[in-house]
Design a protein. Structure first.
Length: 553
């Protein structure tokens, strides 16, 4: 076969050589041991939680080694692509503080010396390498139609063939002569370019997965498609060319790609490229509410599969990152305890120690992590973040909150900025309800009493309190006054005493406080009531006490 003639016939416009690109993309100037990683999403218009997970792992792996991580857009599958699916990814990442300095930085923008970083703009590179494979006799055109390929699949199924696909004796177009190929092309038949595999069925390959250790698999024997009939590469071929020319040292990707590794190793070798290290990360899983089984997070069934869900709900970016790190690396929580204020992305991540079984994503645990994260924020920070969230998702609440920003900050400061802050808020969409009793617009009265307190006693308590409270009291005096009210009303200020002798009293000081709390906030449980009262002010306190008493009469 005259391969030069074949190559020129198939790819007449390609006049560059692999050497041209080798020179264009020289080795990176990085210290010994530095890792180059990449996050390579397809622009589906949607950032999956698994994507954010991948992005973080890639960034941290590069960072701890003094290397670099870049973002490559894999848009060769036109069926899956949507208009400007890129912004959804770059904005989604940026919202969580994960941005890539190299690669695609937004819709139509990029940075770095190894671009273009969007696969559809690299077609000439793929075709140049494809042409070099044709010249070496390692790639050939295949004219099989979709119907013929379906027939082949059915035949293999009927025969019970263990390996299925286009290979060996089934590969009809493998040995076409140049004349036959010329005739088909002259007749306008469409072709794809296939890899001519030299693998054999009885050979096995070994590779070392950074996360999973040694893996053994049958060698690839399939004549995989390299270029589709429109000249666009398949994932397999684009991966080979891009990770070579971009000098990726560690290909970190989802575990669904493990089965393709033999194919990829064969392609790297055929192209004369060094095989990168592979690390296949576990899937992000959840426990199915109905079946109780572990399953992959699904875009269709689980709103939390999309990163946008966390933005809309108002989870702070730190909470999600912090939580993802706890499921990515078992050492993270200990490190966090020892380093409570260091940014999460400075965690000394070790890819090798990552668990290879599915990472369980649990919204309840995220909620706990987030409560902790928010409890450590200063009131002004909480205010700023809530206001920003509300501006986007609840403008009415934004208006209420910002009408008197200073008061709102003070409300959010109750039981905060102290050594034991309350951990009540896990996301910004809970704040309106959490502080609703401070706002006329949102305050919903509910004077339901606990069963052990009668309406008569409740009326007596609030009437007495209306006479005695004094906003000039310090906290001890304030509580002293509530204690002093107890005995005349038939309650005891002493909880232990009450427990010893419950029949002697109507209740204890806790019950008296509960009645006051219900009257002032319509809740049985609130942050520090003393601080709440200071913010409500004398007139409002009196009005609420009166209103509650009227309701119980
Ligand atoms: N574009 C591929 C995907 O979205 C990326 C796989 C890889 O990282 O190599 O699944």
């Amino acid at each position: 076969m005259d391969y030069q003639k074949l190559a020129d016939l198939l790819l007449p416009d390609i006049d560059k050589t692999p050497e041209y690109y080798e020179e264009m993309y020289p080795a990176r100037n990085l210290p010994e041991g530095a890792r180059v990683t990449r996050f390579a999403p397809s622009p589906t218009g949607y950032l999956h939680i698994g994507g954010l997970f991948q992005a973080i792992i890639n960034q941290m792996t590069a960072k701890v080694s003094g290397g670099s991580a870049y973002l490559r857009v894999e848009d060769t599958d036109k069926k899956r692509e949507i208009d400007d699916g890129v912004s959804a990814i770059t904005n989604g990442l940026a919202t969580f503080g994960v941005s890539f300095k190299e690669g695609v930085t937004g819709f139509g923008t990029e940075a770095g010396d190894y671009g273009p970083y969007t696969q559809s703009k690299r077609v000439e590179i793929y075709q140049t390498i494809a042409k070099s494979l044709i010249l070496k006799g390692l790639a050939y055109p295949c004219f099989c139609t979709a119907d013929e390929l379906t027939a082949l699949r059915e035949k293999q199924e009927a025969e019970g063939a263990l390996i299925r696909g286009y290979f060996g004796k089934y590969a009809k177009c493998r040995d076409l002569t140049l004349e036959e190929i010329e005739a088909k092309i002259a007749a306008g038949e469409k072709w794809v370019l296939r890899f001519r595999s030299d693998g054999s069925e009885d050979k096995r390959i070994f590779f070392e997965d950074v996360i999973r250790g040694k893996i053994e698999m049958p060698e690839n024997i399939i004549d995989e498609v390299l270029l589709k009939s429109d000249g666009i590469p398949t994932y397999h071929f684009a991966h080979t060319c891009d990770d070579h020319f971009m000098h990726t040292t560690h290909v970190i990707r989802a575990e669904e790609w493990i089965s393709s590794v033999p194919k990829h190793i064969a392609l790297f070798k055929a192209c004369g490229f060094k095989v990168p290290k592979y690390a296949h990360t576990p899937q992000v899983m959840k426990i199915d509410e109905e079946t109780g089984d572990k399953r992959k997070l699904s875009k269709r069934k689980d709103p939390e599969a999309a990163v946008s869900y966390f933005v809309e709900e108002g989870f702070p970016k730190e909470s999600l990152i912090e939580y993802l790190l706890t499921i990515i690396s078992s050492g993270f929580e200990d490190w966090r305890r020892a380093n409570p204020t260091v940014p999460a992305m400075d965690y000394p991540f070790n890819l090798k120690k990552m668990s290879s079984s599915g990472c369980l994503f649990d919204l309840v645990k995220l909620t706990d992590v987030s409560k902790n994260v928010i409890s450590l924020m200063k009131a002004q920070e909480v205010y700023d973040r809530v206001a920003q969230w509300a501006q986007a998702y609840d403008t009415e609440f934004y208006n209420e909150l910002s009408a008197d920003a200073q008061r709102s900050v003070a409300i959010l400061n109750i039981d905060r900025e102290n050594p034991k802050p309350r951990k009540d808020i896990s996301k910004w969409n809970e704040v309106k309800d959490y502080i609703s009793y401070f706002f006329d617009k949102y305050y919903v009265k509910d004077y339901t009493l606990p069963e052990n307190i009668s309406k008569e006693d409740a009326v007596a308590i609030v009437n007495c309190y209306a006479q005695s409270f004094d906003l000039n009291d310090d906290k001890d005096m304030w509580f002293g006054r509530i204690k002093d009210m107890c005995e005349p009303l038939g309650f005891t200020p002493n909880v232990k005493e009450y427990k010893k002798n419950p029949d002697a009293y109507k209740g204890h000081v806790g019950d008296v406080s509960t009645v006051i709390r219900i009257a002032l906030t319509s809740r049985r449980n609130t942050p520090d009531l003393y601080s709440i009262m200071a913010l409500l002010g004398e007139d409002e306190i009196k009005a609420r006490l009166q209103d509650a008493a009227d309701s119980w009469k």
